[in-house]
Design a protein around this ligand. Structure first.
Ligand code: NAG
Ligand code: NAG
Ligand code: NAG
Ligand code: NAG
Ligand code: NAG
Ligand code: NAG
Ligand code: NAG
Ligand code: NAG
Length: 269
């Protein structure tokens, strides 16, 4: 019984911090990981390098206006293609801050690399000399998960699969132009299961379904499968779950509108 009371207090604390999160923008950003290509180093002051810089500046300046942008710059072998995607439930202020931070990250860590990607829980930014638009890509991958495990692994695994499969179907619907879905399931009396899935909006529903299904299938091997929270990030999609609430707001209707007003606090069930 004492344990249950501790959980209850814990949930209330989470609820309080959740409400604070909704009220103070921009929130803290959470990095999942980043990767630079290892092949073909580029000259630090060549045209391709300059183009990366211009591309990232352009993307950063757009990121306070809309949550997804693809952009190309340069010609021939100096052409760089880049895009960013922000989570649909965050504000445009947070989107801008996340893409700005991501730009710094890539310019610092991948300064002389032809291709690079970085994922935060709030946004993803990438560039490449290859054509990366309207193309499903499921590698490379990065993930992040909690050290603590859930209390009833078998029950949880089934619930996680069912819940996330439901969200994946929602994100893949032709009518879901944001390619974004969130949801909540009841796990134990004191813990929920909160889920979020998102694809880049330039891929088809079927590709989105495939990408997210790949991400979900990775959870047992990459992340233990029974952690209290997990994020799996692929170039074309991202999937997150947590036993504590993390969804900021219901999604906006378009990529450039505001998320709907903050939801009223979720009941503790
Ligand atoms: C690129 O640079 C890294 C270290 O900066 C080096 O290990 C690698 O061999 C280089 N690759 C090529 C193709 O020159
Ligand atoms: C490019 O960088 C190299 C070495 O860092 C330097 O020697 C060269 O002068 C630079 N060229 C220009 C145009 O800045
Ligand atoms: C963005 O990608 C689409 C394909 O999805 C392409 O038609 C369009 O030209 C791209 N926009 C820019 C600015 O490169
Ligand atoms: C972007 O980051 C730079 C520092 O890296 C900072 O000077 C600038 O104010 C930031 N811009 C926005 C819009 O957050
Ligand atoms: C991108 O760069 C790689 C490595 O230099 C090269 O093999 C490939 O042909 C380039 N792709 C395009 C579309 O230029
Ligand atoms: C959930 O899905 C994973 C990956 O597909 C699978 O390994 C696991 O057995 C599933 N769990 C249940 C309870 O069906
Ligand atoms: C979760 O539990 C609450 C309260 O018991 C209930 O209102 C809600 O419908 C349940 N949600 C689901 C998805 O079963
Ligand atoms: C969590 O579960 C995984 C997979 O069953 C296991 O490898 C790991 O040791 C567990 N971690 C803790 C802290 O119990």
């Amino acid at each position: 019984m004492r344990t249950q009371n501790i959980f209850l207090i814990f949930e209330i604390l989470i609820m309080i911090s959740f409400i604070q999160l909704v009220n103070s923008e921009p929130e803290q950003l959470h990095i999942t990981g980043g990767i630079c290509s290892t092949y073909d180093n580029i000259t630090a002051n060549g045209t391709y390098h300059d183009n990366i810089f211009s591309l990232l500046s352009k993307l950063t300046s757009r990121s306070t206006q809309t949550r997804f942008t693809n952009f190309s710059i340069g010609t021939g072998s100096n052409r760089v293609n880049g895009l960013y995607l922000c989570r649909s439930d965050i504000s445009l202020d947070t989107c801008g801050a996340c893409v700005n931070t991501s730009t710094d990250f890539l310019l610092t860590l991948c300064n002389t690399k032809k291709e690079a990607i970085v994922w935060y829980e709030e946004c993803m930014l990438r560039y490449s000399n290859r054509s990366i638009f309207a193309t499903e890509e499921t590698t490379p991958a990065r993930w992040y998960f909690g050290y603590l495990n859930v209390s009833q692994p078998e029950v949880f695994s089934g619930l996680l699969n069912r819940t996330m499969e439901g969200l994946i179907v929602q994100a893949a619907l032709p009518s879901n132009t944001l390619r974004f879905a969130t949801g909540k399931a009841n796990y134990t009396a004191f813990e929920g299961l909160y889920g979020m899935v998102q694809c880049t909006p330039d891929i088809t529903g079927l590709e989105c379904w495939d990408c997210l299904t790949t991400a979900l299938g990775m959870i047992p091997t990459c992340c233990g499968g029974v952690s209290v929270f997990t994020t799996v990030a692929l170039p074309s999609c991202q999937l997150m779950y947590d036993t504590a609430p993390f969804i900021i707001a219901p999604p906006p209707t378009t990529l450039s509108s505001s998320p709907s007003p903050a939801p009223s606090p979720l009941p503790i069930d």
